[in-house]
Design a binder for this molecule. Structure first.
Ligand code: NAP
Length: 307
């Protein structure tokens, strides 16, 4: 069995920052990731609020910089999906799907979060056939077409603006009469002539045979129901943490996010958490990176205290 001092699960900004700090601390961290480094940042077409990059850069370019920086300080990488973390004498045994288990004295969980589903008829059947959770991935398929974006947070508004690069018309459908997104994003959406706001409205179903043809909408303040013809539906109604494999092992909040202290320590000594999977008020690349650094620092500190 491979034995390491520190394994980091997940290669988004939190995991890669932990890899960088863990590497510089001489811990030779092992980063375990299902696919290639990235996380949610990879589906963000443009990042303009990461300090030090005033001109902005693509999510892909930023994550490449994170990964190569961490590799420079000795972070190792292993491809695999964690099935279970088992507490054993002196650390943890990590079971990976289709791979050798890993023994690790400390574990940083940086598994991030994935998109919520709307849970309406047609959504599942038409996913990949016009229903999407990633504008960067699927936006170019909707050149000169009409799309609906559902949600009112930063993701929905940012991606609605992005989709206007391709689509001829973007309906932004939100269940209330004001957006949750930050003002700078709201201003961009309101001043974009291709975006039409559809307030106080929920999507009741998504219709289509081989692809999306329309959405059935319900305006809650007027009690009005109608059908809107669209070619695609982009859903951004919040995120859920990738923490299912941790149930019973560490404390989670009511929404499944991991509860930690200021050092990123979870309720289970030896397991730390950083990034979007953690229970916290602000989910940004910069906060994920900072938490990854803090978690690696805590690991270094706790290992030293045990020696
Ligand atoms: P979010 O902030 O939780 O917003 C989710 C939106 O979806 C809300 O407007 C919510 O409506 C709506 N919603 C939730 N469930 C719904 C349902 N069943 N039907 C219809 N609408 C529903 O999620 P997010 O926008 O994905 O952002 C996640 C995190 O990433 C946030 O912390 C955000 O700040 C961050 N983020 C930041 C940036 C950036 O800085 N540029 C970009 C993307 C994401 P209500 O408003 O009525 O609750």
């Amino acid at each position: 069995m491979k034995e390491v001092l520190l394994s980091i699960i997940g290669a988004g900004p939190a995991g890669l920052a932990a890899g960088l700090y863990g590497g510089r601390a001489g811990l030779k961290p092992l980063l375990i990731e299902k696919l290639s480094p990235g996380g949610q940042v990879l589906v963000t077409d443009w990042v303009e609020n990461y300090p030090g990059f005033p001109d902005g850069l693509s999510g892909y370019d930023l994550i490449e910089k994170f990964a190569s920086h961490a590799r420079l300080f000795g972070m190792e990488e292993l491809s695999g999906e964690i099935e279970e973390i088992q507490p054993v004498d002196g650390g943890f045994e990590l079971s990976l799907s289709g791979g050798e288990p890993v023994f690790s004295r400390k574990v940083i969980v940086a598994t991030g979060a994935g998109p919520n589903k709307l849970g309406v008829p047609g959504e599942e059947e038409l996913t990949g056939k016009g229903v999407s959770y990633c504008a960067t991935c699927d936006g170019p398929f909707f050149r000169d077409q009409t799309v609906a974006v559902v949600g009112g947070g930063d993701s929905a508004v940012q991606e609605a603006v992005f989709l206007t690069k391709f689509a001829s018309k973007v309906y932004l459908i939100h269940r209330r009469d004001s957006l949750r997104a930050i003002k700078i994003l709201q201003d961009k959406a309101f001043s974009n002539p291709k975006i039409e706001m559809v307030w106080n409205t929920v999507v009741e179903s998504i219709k289509g045979k081989d692809g999306v043809e329309s959405v059935e909408l319900f305006n809650r303040s007027e009690g009005r129901r109608w059908e809107l013809k669209v070619d695609g539906v982009f859903i951004f109604v919040g995120i859920r943490p990738n923490t299912g494999f941790l149930k019973g092992l560490v404390d989670l909040d009511e929404n499944g996010f991991i509860v930690t202290d200021d050092w990123m320590r979870t309720s289970r000594p030896g397991i730390y958490a950083a990034g979007d999977c953690r229970s916290k008020p602000l989910r940004q690349i910069v906060t994920a990176a900072a938490e990854g650094a803090t978690a690696a620092y805590a690991v270094e500190h706790d290992l030293a205290m045990q020696e």
